[in-house]
Design a protein around this ligand. Structure first.
Ligand code: NAD
Length: 449
């Protein structure tokens, strides 16, 4: 659905008018294209006050780096005292002023011993057994999250700000590549934990196989296309009623169409059989199919409640359970499920939907901690989209839709590709240290923040 306000604010008279009356100023976001795969300008790294130019787009680094910068990375992992936080202001302040539109700020903080072992403080120790130094370090490291979330809200111009908590030996490259690229255009205000790769991936030229549910349209179609772009053979699953649309998506991506209702009692067996015909097992499982059946709780009938809980949560648990038990998911497999900010913030009229999406977060956190899966190098993560422009949100009443679009730091709705790029990063072979994370793709929505 066209966002006319975003288009208006992108024109010179529109910019003038919206600024005069104090309306939001959404910037046109720079998204990934094959012709423009990286941000323009220097990626500047600051460690203990020392500034180093890391890269300058596709060109050679220039020292000192020239403004406007594409991105600034502040290594704050060593900050352990309140006084040390001063360096955040002194070293980042001048650089942020020189940041290009759609530029990136990434703060690196000290992480715990591993992605899914959340709850432990920096250094892997919990507060109960910590000394005074540990407590101060935990406090100032948490302070970084408040800083990042606030800077994200005021920085404007399509710029984004994230905190990445880095555990010792973390496999950080794929995460930094994502956050410092146009692929993360609609991700902001996030705190992401990265640990060491659960298991070193064996080097193999084998083509990966991905399964995407709800792939006939919307976010699922975009996820399927993005995983295909990254080289995977994609099995595209959607309800039999999606017919021609599903066939067309699968054909365009040179993938396989799998017409199947994910809530069918034998869905697991039928997916396994289809993957068996393709051969080579499954590498990436993306649970994307989802529905809404909104009603106030007091008017919520059994059908709406059951349908949403079954499609959005029950089927995810059943099919994952079956595929894991049947040994279909390969070592180093990636499971990415789709939650929602409604599952974090709650939403009037969506008790069923929010419950199902919060359930997805519980599913991801619990499965990511499974020792047997960790041993096999299997990661489990969730994306939590905010307001994404799809047929699902086109059906939302006008005023609620406008609020959904504007009530975030980027002042606009996201596109399916924003979620798809995030899924592709979590699904990448290099993302073996990202586990148990719930990454919001919401332009830093005020809901649930
Ligand atoms: N669009 C948003 O703003 C938004 C926000 C938060 C979360 N999400 C989540 O993202 C996912 C995709 O959303 P979307 O906006 O692309 O929705 P959409 O309605 O455009 O697409 C969903 C797809 O899932 C398929 N599907 C539904 N039930 C199915 C079933 N039983 N078996 C197989 N396929 C089934 C549909 O046929 C459809 O093709 C959903 O899980 C949704 O809850 C979307």
């Amino acid at each position: 659905m066209a966002d006319r306000y975003l288009r208006l604010a992108g024109t010179a008279p529109g910019r003038f008018l919206t600024r005069r009356v104090g309306l939001p100023q959404p910037a046109a976001l720079m998204r990934w294209t094959a012709e423009r795969p990286s941000l323009d300008g220097a990626v500047v790294r600051v460690v203990a006050g020392e500034v180093v130019a890391e890269r300058v787009g596709p060109a050679e680094p220039v020292d000192p780096p020239v403004e406007p910068y594409a991105a600034v990375v502040l290594d704050a992992t060593g900050i352990a005292e309140v006084g040390g936080l001063r360096a955040v202001r002194t070293s980042l302040g001048p650089l942020v002023r020189g940041l290009a539109r759609c530029g990136r700020v990434v703060v690196l903080g000290a992480g715990a011993g591993g992605g899914a072992e959340a709850g432990a403080g920096p250094g892997g120790r919990d507060a109960a057994g910590a000394g005074a130094g540990d407590v101060e370090q935990a406090a100032v490291q948490e302070a970084l999250a408040g800083f990042v979330r606030s800077l994200g809200k005021e920085i404007g111009g399509g710029r984004t700000v994230q905190l990445v908590r880095v555990a010792p030996g973390a496999a950080l490259d794929s995460t930094l590549d994502f956050l410092l690229s146009p692929k993360s255009a609609y991700v902001s205000g996030q705190v992401i934990e990265v640990g060491p790769a659960l298991r070193q991936p064996e080097v193999s030229g084998r083509r990966r196989t991905a399964l995407v549910t709800g792939a006939a349209r919307g976010i699922g179609e975009s996820v399927a296309a993005t995983l295909a772009r990254e080289g995977a053979h994609v099995a595209c699953l959607d309800v039999p009623g999606s017919g021609d649309a599903l066939t067309a998506v699968a054909a365009r991506l040179d993938g396989t169409a799998l017409p199947l209702d994910i809530t069918a009692s034998d869905a697991g067996e039928r997916i396994a059989a289809a993957l068996d015909r393709l051969g080579g097992g499954l590498d990436v499982l993306v649970h994307n199919a989802g529905i809404t059946r909104d009603r106030r709780f007091t008017h919520m009938d059994e059908d709406r409640w059951d349908a949403v809980l079954d499609v959005n949560l029950g089927s995810v648990l059943r099919t994952t359970g079956y595929l894991l038990k049947a040994g279909v998911l390969n070592d180093h497999g990636r499971i990415v499920a789709t939650a929602s900010i409604a599952g974090i913030a709650g939403n009037a009229g969506q008790t069923n939907y929010a419950a199902s999406k919060a359930g997805i977060i519980g599913f991801v956190r619990s499965l990511a901690a499974d020792p047997a899966l960790r041993e096999r190098g299997v990661t489990v993560n969730a994306v939590a989209p905010g307001f994404i422009e799809t047929e699902m949100t086109a059906a939302v009443p006008f005023l609620i839709r406008e609020a959904g679009r504007r009530l975030n730091s980027l002042g606009q709705g996201g596109r399916p590709v924003d979620v798809a790029e995030t899924v592709a990063w979590l699904a990448a072979t290099g993302s073996g240290g990202v586990n148990g994370q719930v990454v919001r793709v919401c332009g830093q929505s005020l809901l649930g923040a």
